[in-house]
Design a protein. Structure first.
Length: 275
């Protein structure tokens, strides 16, 4: 089967080929692809099949499995991640940080935050601006990670299209962003003092992350939906190990943790405290 997108004709992997990639993606990233994602997989990978001059998806699969082609494997895996994000997504979480976080953490605390699937950085910067503006936390630091190195580079750059920043309150825009000029007209950039306080790094949640230490607050939003129940539970259990007692976990509003981890108590929609 082939699907035509403008003038580019994209081959769709057959079921056998799809299963090869599906198992590989599940093993490497923990992401589960339902059978309905066969065309989507073709859309994401076909260009690489062509670029590597592979004669089929099966051929491309064999290519990326070879040790010397690990860069191509990394590239293929990055292409299957979905990186949709925006500033102040799920606004209630940021209202909580402004209004209710002080009830959970004392004023002079050095608050350690982890944005655990940060994509292009909007989530981490939204947290940073909120904490900076709220001004009740004496000091804070944010670690922000993703498995995809391309989105991480965008996050580090902190440059965003003006039209993608409507959700940012006007006061924050004025205080925390520079307006681009000349070649960067139409873009805004997060000011360097905020950028410097966030460390962006690669971390695969399907692999070990126990070396990262303990956090007061973890944002794990809009990522659990990609995992099957057992994987989700296993990642959550390891995530809770990285939380201080009394620490908070924020998940996406559509991601229920109901009954998955006993030590997490829901205190607001999609906000949990470690007991
Ligand atoms: C939909 S975005 C969510 C971004 C942000 N947390 C939000 O809620 O707007 C999901 C992110 O998870 C990342 N991701 C997917 N699998 C991952 C894994 N195994 N480890 C770490 N990050 C992963 C993707 O690269 C993507 O950037």
């Amino acid at each position: 089967m082939s699907v035509s997108v403008s003038d580019l004709s994209i081959e769709v992997p057959n079921e056998e080929e799809f299963d090869l990639f599906r198992n590989l993606i599940e093993k490497e990233l923990g992401i589960h692809l339902s059978s309905a994602k066969r065309v989507m997989l073709g859309n994401r990978l076909w260009k690489r099949v062509m670029a590597t001059k592979s004669s089929s998806y099966r051929n491309y699969y064999s290519f990326i499995k070879q040790k010397e082609n690990s860069d191509e494997l990394a590239q293929a895996l990055e292409l299957v991640t979905t990186n949709e994000t925006f500033f102040f997504r799920e606004r209630k979480h940021f209202d909580f940080l402004t209004n209710e976080l002080p009830d959970y953490f004392s004023e002079h605390k050095n608050l350690k935050v982890w944005s655990a699937a940060c994509s292009t950085g909007e989530e981490a910067y939204s947290i940073a601006m909120t904490l900076e503006q709220a001004n009740y936390i004496h000091s804070w630091s944010i670690m922000a990670s993703d498995v995809n190195t391309k989105v991480l580079q965008k996050a580090r750059d902190g440059i965003y299209l003006d039209q993608r920043t409507q959700n940012i309150p006007t006061e924050y825009r004025r205080k925390f962003f520079q307006q681009g000029i000349d070649d960067f007209s139409g873009y805004i950039r997060v000011k360097s003092d905020i950028r410097k306080k966030i460390s962006f790094f690669k971390c695969n949640l399907a692999a070990d992350f126990s070396h990262l230490g303990l956090f007061d607050v973890i944002f794990l939003r809009n990522i659990l939906i990609y995992f099957e129940l057992e994987r989700k539970k296993e990642i959550l259990e390891r995530m809770v190990e990285q939380m201080k007692s009394g620490g908070l976990l924020f998940t996406g509003h559509s991601e229920s943790l109901h009954g998955l981890v006993k030590s997490l108590k829901c205190i607001c929609p999609a906000i949990y405290v470690k007991q």
